[in-house]
Structures are given as structure tokens and as C-alpha cells.
Design a protein around this ligand. Structure first.
Ligand SMILES: NC(=O)c1ccc[n+]([C@@H]2O[C@H](COP(=O)([O-])OP(=O)(O)OC[C@H]3O[C@@H](n4cnc5c(N)ncnc54)[C@H](O)[C@@H]3O)[C@@H](O)[C@H]2O)c1
Length: 250
């Protein structure tokens, strides 16, 4: 991809699954990377250190004080955050009729409040520094359609799409591009924890995904890298679906 070499890239949720694959991809593109996650920071830095300049910190993106510290530490290491990959998130299955207000709030705190807090803090830093940066927020195919037993998750990811579009409208004048990715079913530790068993996954791949397989984390990392690169210089306020054709089914 054009224009990623030497860039400072912050990847939230960069210690597992899609985020870790994304940290790897940006290092391979010659970028410098700062990751955060709830856990797994030390192991991630050990795993990826040979690929380039990387550092990280443990933090909870739903906590304002953690986000303030994250942006300070990331800026200190990177010099400036040129690219934000706003990726941290969580999910669990729960029938709509059984979701408690506490469970609703717990999911929204991470997936929507956390996404907003990081996006706003990094955007403020970009505007203050005059950085003409790129931000890519993590939505999902679940932000575009209503999968059963994920009402809170679907609502959070739909919210990310309109957060993305509104940020694009307001931040374009500052030269900051903002887009979203909408992955379908990707094999990650998160999905392994919420998918019943291998037979379920095989049936799901056959019945719901025209390419006949789940996606890989590095296939989402590639979409993140494209949207952050100069190859996407006129793509703004958009969502890029990465789902093996799942949403194309009528
Ligand atoms: N796996 C999929 O099929 C899929 C599909 C569409 C969207 N997504 C989204 O992709 C993102 C990454 O998912 P994944 O499948 O790689 O999951 P994962 O569990 O493998 O990784 C999640 C990462 O987010 C971090 N994280 C979670 N809560 C956090 C918090 N409160 N503060 C800071 N970091 C936190 C974790 O530490 C970890 O690094 C999520 O936003 C998820 O909703 C995943």
C-alpha cells in the first residue's frame, strides 16, 4: 500500500485476533505501531518485535482516564498518531428477550462508548498537531443486518457506522479521513469463545457464506491497511464490507 511507511499507527485491541494481525500488517508495511488491549500486551510485543518498531500498553477503552493515558503514551512513542485503527470490541450471544439493562450497558460501554472515547481523543490530538491522519473504526456486518441473539452487539456496530459518517462530515475539513470496516465471520479467539462447536461453524460457512469459508484476521487487516493508505485518499465516510459475500445473499 502507498504511504504507510514510517507512519505512526495506534491499534486498539491490537493484542489478539484481527487487531494483532493488523499490527503485524502495518509493521510489514514499514509503519511504527502502538497497540493496546485489556491483556496480552507483553506477549504481543514479544511476538511482533522482530518485524519493526512496536510498543504498547494495557488499557480499558471504556475508561476516560485509560484513554487519556493511551493517547499520551502512543503519541510519546510514535511522535504523532497518523493512523488510528479503532478496533477494540467484544461480543456475546444473548436472546433479545433476556438481555438485562446491565448487560446492555456493559456491551455498549466497550463497543460504542470506547470507540467514541478513543476516536475523539485521537481526533483532538490530530487536529491540535495539524496531522492529516486516517481513522478506521471497526463495525461489522452486524451493523448492517440484525443477526438473532446479538441485539446489543448489532446496535453497537450500527452505532459505529453513524459515528463514522458523522466524524467524516466534521473532520474532513481538518484533512482527517474516517472510514469503517464491516467484517463478516472471521476466525478469531473472540469467535472461538462464542461459537458452539466445529459442526456449527462448518454448517454456517456452507449455508451463509458464498465463498464457503470463514475469513482470516489478516484479510481484515488488509482492508484496514488499504483504508489507512494513500491508495484510499478519496474514500471518506464509507464502510468496506469484508464478508466472503455473506451480505450479498437475499
Ligand atoms: N471476529 C469476527 O468475526 C468479527 C466480525 C466483525 C467485527 N469484529 C470486531 O472486530 C474487533 C476485534 O475482534 P476479534 O474477533 O479480533 O476479537 P479478539 O477477542 O480476538 O480481540 C479483541 C481485542 O480487543 C481488546 N479489548 C476488548 N475489550 C477491550 C477494552 N474494554 N479495552 C481495550 N481493549 C479491549 C482485547 O484485549 C483484544 O486485544 C471487535 O471490535 C469485534 O467486534 C469481529
Amino acid at each position: 500500500m502507498r504511504g504507510l511507511g514510517g507512519k505512526g499507527v495506534l491499534v486498539t485491541g491490537g493484542t489478539s485476533g484481527i487487531g494483532k494481525a493488523t499490527a503485524r500488517r502495518f509493521l510489514e508495511e514499514g509503519a511504527r505501531v502502538f497497540v493496546c488491549g485489556l491483556e496480552g500486551v507483553a506477549a504481543t510485543l514479544t511476538e511482533l518485535a522482530g518485524l519493526g518498531e512496536i510498543a504498547g500498553t494495557a488499557c480499558d477503552v471504556s475508561r476516560e482516564e485509560d484513554v487519556a493515558r493511551l493517547v499520551t503514551e502512543a503519541t510519546g512513542f510514535l511522535g504523532a498518531v497518523d493512523v488510528l485503527i479503532n478496533n477494540a470490541g467484544t461480543a456475546w450471544r444473548e436472546p433479545f428477550l433476556e438481555i438485562t439493562p446491565a448487560h446492555w450497558d456493559a456491551l455498549m460501554r466497550v463497543n460504542l462508548r470506547g470507540m467514541f472515547l478513543v476516536a475523539q481523543a485521537v481526533s483532538r490530538a490530530m487536529v491540535a498537531a495539524g496531522t492529516r491522519g486516517a481513522i478506521v473504526n471497526m463495525s461489522s456486518t452486524n451493523g448492517l443486518g440484525g443477526e438473532a441473539e446479538y441485539a446489543h452487539y448489532n446496535a453497537s456496530k450500527g452505532g459505529v457506522l453513524l459515528l463514522t459518517k458523522t466524524m467524516a462530515v466534521e473532520l474532513g475539513a481538518h484533512g482527517i479521513r474516517v472510514n469503517a470496516v464491516c467484517p463478516g465471520y472471521i476466525r478469531t479467539p473472540l469467535n472461538a469463545s462464542i461459537t458452539p462447536d466445529d459442526a456449527f461453524v462448518a454448517a454456517y460457512e456452507r449455508d451463509h457464506i458464498p465463498l464457503g469459508r470463514a475469513g482470516h484476521a489478516d484479510e481484515v487487516a488488509a482492508a484496514y491497511a488499504f483504508l489507512a493508505s494513500d491508495d484510499a485518499s478519496f474514500i471518506h465516510g464509507a464502510e468496506l464490507v469484508v464478508d466472503g459475500g455473506q451480505l450479498a445473499i437475499m
